[in-house]
Design a protein around this ligand. Structure first.
Ligand code: MLT
Length: 206
């Protein structure tokens, strides 16, 4: 599989092996990188093209997709700027690799930037699976997400994402017209086999 720095993010690209499968944009959590979610991508979307960028912001050496002031408190100016930058990268990658608009599959910080891209550049994504996501912007612009499929999977005992916050994200995206499925699993912030199974089933029915 190619690793490349030619586009605006360091990333991995794995070409599709089955035509007609939606491309998947994999977005890692804090401290991850472009390799982190490739095996998850292979499990949830066999045959799909996988596009996996590395977040450009470093927090104590750990890659992220935007700056935060502390855990759960985001630098929203940076969220807005980085969401635009990621949407521009998606457009470049679509052209370079001849891809349809991807479905984002993001974990934690990667889920939060995917939610911000939905709210700021909805055309960049065909849909999104947001694993342990929270509200990225307190005052998002009005956006039309009519018919956009979104999966949100939260952990009932997640110490980072309060249950109320994940519910608010669900309401915000539903209110904008997205077709949102929200599942709350009896788990914490880490991913479980149930996340994998739910995400695969959700992608299969798109
Ligand atoms: C974030 O900073 O995006 C969230 O707190 C999740 C995390 O990356 O820890």
């Amino acid at each position: 599989m190619a690793t490349t720095t030619e586009l605006s993010f360091i990333h991995r690209i794995k070409p599709a092996t089955e035509p007609g499968k939606p491309p998947i944009l994999l977005l890692h959590g804090t401290g991850g990188n472009e390799d982190d979610l490739l095996s998850l991508g292979g499990m949830i979307a066999p045959g799909s093209a996988l596009l996996s960028p590395r977040g450009k912001v470093l927090e104590g050496g750990m890659p992220r997709f935007f700056r935060r002031l502390r855990e759960g408190i985001f630098d929203e100016e940076d969220v807005r700027r980085r969401a635009q930058e990621l949407a521009d990268f998606i457009a470049q990658a679509r052209e370079s690799y001849n891809l349809a608009a991807p479905i984002a599959v993001g974990f934690s910080n990667g889920a939060n930037i995917a939610a911000a891209v939905l709210q700021l550049r909805p055309e960049a994504l065909a849909g999104a699976a947001l694993l342990r996501a929270m509200v990225p912007l307190q005052d998002p612009p009005a956006v039309d997400l009519t018919g956009k499929p979104v999966l949100i999977v939260s952990g009932a005992s997640d110490p980072i994402v309060p249950a109320e916050n994940a519910k608010r994200l669900t309401s915000l995206l539903t209110g904008a017209g997205a077709v949102v499925q929200h599942h709350v699993l009896p788990t914490g912030h880490g991913l479980s086999q149930t996340d994998v199974a739910l995400t695969k089933a959700w992608i299969d029915q798109l």
